[in-house]
Ligand binder design. Structure first.
Ligand SMILES: Cc1cc2nc3c(=O)[nH]c(=O)nc-3n(C[C@H](O)[C@H](O)[C@H](O)COP(=O)(O)OP(=O)(O)OC[C@H]3O[C@@H](n4cnc5c(N)ncnc54)[C@H](O)[C@@H]3O)c2cc1C
Ligand code: SF4
Ligand code: SF4
Ligand code: SF4
Length: 412
């Protein structure tokens, strides 16, 4: 039998299920030229048992989950948790409703590297809050989850749909009962690599002559919602030249062009993982028990939540429905409300389009480096520095209309 060595590189999701299932430790995950983790099979160790091909989501494409999908609006009742969550704090609510579970989620570590960890420590779970718009390194978490479930512990997993699919396939082939597991995935735009993010951090550090300590991908400093689209994605970069952060995401550099550059990297779509351009999870019937997203468009509905502080959309299926219905502030959407939610979620039906210049972007990056491609393909350089000054000025004057117009030229 063959191994995952036959998987076409552009279809691999980097989910690590193949590495986890291999009893002969013949697979290691290593970064490819774009910095995305891919499996490398050691042919000397491989016995051709085929287990890795059985768990691989690229070789066993997603067929959709049978059963009903229910749409809910949600907002966390604890204002502090809400302020530190990306949308309505749905992740924290689901975790908080379980009794002392192990939680597996995505953190930005102190080297500003994005990874998944498994922990039941409060500080670790708090660090999982908030979206990190980078593909998370799954390290060895799948085997750690297997061990906890096999020992009868409760586990809550939160990741992208491809990561969730890999985990579920792995547990099924490894014959580990998943009754004590709750999974959450996301409506997902796509993911740039840790390599690109590290390049961004390096550029920031070089230009500013400081050391990066923290990067917030969504500050939520201002109100949330369609009316504040640019502010929803405001970044904050905390560095060694500043006082230690005391107010969480309200701290950090939010006004320099460099502080906002990652937004442009993400939305340019130039360096998303190849698999994201033909993502098979752009459907209601995703792998997880609960799908999380921002409830864009809630303002256009009569859902009774204090939405300017952030609101989540949850799509629940199977045992996820019982979990969501237990939450104090969850509101089942009627057909009209659901159609508004769908209107703003294009990734429920289609993946992001692959930019024609993606190949040129990576060629130039490999030849000339990140600063070069940032100037050539992104909104970086003297002209944009000037626009950033005007943008900050318009914000200070509270001229939202002008700030929005300048911001559109700066960030998207
Ligand atoms: C890469 C990415 C793309 C997204 N695209 C969309 C989109 O197109 N439309 C939309 O409405 N929402 C999107 N989201 C989801 C959105 O940003 C919020 O995560 C969601 O609204 C949940 O917010 P929350 O307040 O419930 O939870 P939060 O407390 O913000 O946390 C949500 C969970 O997301 C997980 N997570 C964070 N970063 C990553 C990562 N890099 N990889 C895997 N898991 C991660 C964490 O483990 C955490 O448990 C995306 C999120 C990510 C990470
Ligand atoms: S075929 Fe078997 S031994 Fe070879 S890499 Fe896959 S799981 Fe490991
Ligand atoms: S999709 Fe996952 S299981 Fe398949 S080859 Fe890639 S990392 Fe391995
Ligand atoms: S867009 Fe699809 S393939 Fe890409 S990370 Fe998200 S779920 Fe995975």
């Amino acid at each position: 039998m063959e191994s995952v060595a036959k998987v076409k590189p552009e279809t691999c999701f980097g989910c690590t299920a193949c590495m986890a299932i291999c009893k002969f430790d013949a697979i290691t995950m290593q970064p490819d030229a774009e910095g995305f983790m891919v499996p490398i099979v050691d042919e000397e160790k491989c016995v051709g048992c085929g287990a890795c091909t059985k768990v691989c989501p690229a070789l066993n494409p997603w067929q959709g989950k049978a059963g009903e999908n229910k749409f809910y609006a949600y907002q966390h009742e604890d204002k502090e948790v809400l302020a530190k969550s990306t949308s309505g704090g749905a992740f924290s609510a689901i975790v908080g409703n379980e009794e002392n579970p192990y939680v597996c989620g995505c953190v930005l570590d102190n080297k500003l590297y994005v990874r998944h960890i498994l922990s039941r420590e409060e500080d670790d779970i708090a660090a999982m809050r908030g979206s990190k718009y980078v593909q998370s390194d799954m390290s060895n978490v799948l085997r750690e989850i297997r061990d906890k479930l096999a020992a009868g512990e409760k586990v809550v997993f939160s990741g992208t749909s491809c990561q969730t699919h890999g985990l579920l396939n792995y547990l099924s082939v490894a014959k580990v009962p998943a009754d004590n597991l709750i999974t959450m995935d996301l409506i997902c735009h796509g993911v740039p690599s840790n390599l690109m993010h590290q390049e961004y951090v390096k550029l920031y550090e070089q230009v500013k002559g400081v050391k990066g300590l923290k990067h917030y991908f969504r500050t939520k400093r201002q109100q949330w919602g369609l009316k504040f689209m640019l502010k929803n994605y405001e970044q904050a970069f905390v560095h060694s030249g500043q006082k230690p952060p005391v107010h969480g995401c309200a701290d950090g550099d939010r006004t320099s062009l460099e502080s906002q550059l990652w937004l442009n990297v993400f939305f340019s779509d130039l360096c998303l993982r190849e698999s994201c351009y033909h993502c098979p999870y752009c459907t209601d019937n995703k792998p997880a028990d609960i799908t999380l997203a921002d409830f864009w468009g809630i303002e256009e509905t009569d859902v009774d939540l204090d939405f300017p502080q952030g609101c989540s959309l949850m799509i629940a299926r199977g045992k996820g429905i019982t979990k969501v219905e237990k939450l104090l502030n969850s509101k089942l959407l009627n057909a009209k409300q659901e159609s508004v939610a769908r209107k703003y979620q294009m990734h429920l039906t289609r993946p992001i389009k692959r930019p024609e210049t993606r190949v040129d972007f990576w060629r130039d990056y490999h030849n000339f480096g990140f600063a070069y491609v940032a100037k050539k393909y992104l909104r970086y350089g003297a002209k944009y520095k000037m626009l950033m000054v005007l943008y900050n000025f318009a914000n200070k004057l509270s001229d939202k209309r002008i700030a929005q117009r300048i911001g559109n030229r700066l960030f998207y």
